[in-house]
Design a protein around this ligand. Sequence first.
Ligand code: TYM
Length: 336
Amino acid sequence: MSETVERKKRILSGIQPTGTFTLGNYIGAVRNWSKLQEDFECLYMVADLHALTVRQVPAELRRHTREAAAMLLAAGIDPKQSLLFVQSHVPAHTQLNWILCCNSQFGELSRMTQFKDKSAKHPDNVNGGLFTYPALMAADILIYNADLVPVGKDQTQHVELARNVAQRFNSAYSPTFTLPEGYITKEGAKIMSLAEPTKKMSKSDTNLNAFILMTDDADTILRKFRRAVTDSEGVVRYDPAEKPGVSNLMMIYNVFTGKALAEIEAEFSGKGYGEFKDAVGEVVANALAPIQGEYARILADKDYVDGVLKDGAAGASRLANRMVEKVYKKVGLLQL
Ligand code: TYM
């Protein structure tokens, strides 16, 4: 009888330390990361190099990076199961980035909607890093031969590009990279702004009522949900095209209660938006409270957080350096 030991599939994902995470980051990505740890070999990364594509205040970036790591730990990333590290602590990512930049086309990078959006938002700083951002993201993924990349909907185009670059490299040289796939949940892959529900919820929104932060207290959460833009129909019904505000709130409620959309419609049938919004605010506040408690506890122990990140970087570097060495050889760089 032959026995094959299958290697667990590998997962990589990342998040930028550009401020406190929003409820969108949590629902679309981070919430799923901890769930995947049992069944997959997981690597999770604070993408500080990606954050530099927009001008950052250095002291704040440093603080946000440690806070991001603490929030990931609070949200359930277990360093005994997964590698948690900071992107710039594994220099191999930037080494592979260059090789992948040389294997990415101007045309495909120009088509990235995030590049177009961010260039429009920061017309005074359309830098080279913003343009080649997806090649660095491809390096993050391909350097570990990740099979799956759990992300929100807005990142799927980048994962697709990583796949195309991998395929191109493999056929130009020889099979080297695993072709990664995006892992996107049906529910909550795109949480919308509370103020303009046709736009994604984003921490860079200038309207502070547009997003819920993971650190918002219960009163703030309830207040923001009460102010959420809905419509004049007054009926709790799922219809993202006609009723984007209400549908977004229903999706958030669905994620935290596990209730199906039809069940939610029935629950609030004949009731006003006020009651519905309070119910959504309450389930969110209740879900975030234990994470916030853990976050405060973990963040107070800087040595613990830094220790986790050091171990994570060491473990990730071992894997990443091996891949860079292999790739350097394949492309013909002289090795002594
Ligand atoms: P970032 O930091 O913008 O977002 C982190 C994760 O949160 C998801 N997300 C959302 N999901 C649902 N609704 C929303 N409103 C919402 N807003 C954000 C994002 O889809 C993402 O999954 N480029 C990446 C970071 C990165 C990365 C990587 C990801 C760098 N290297 C390699 C995966 C693999 C980014 O800027 O995510």
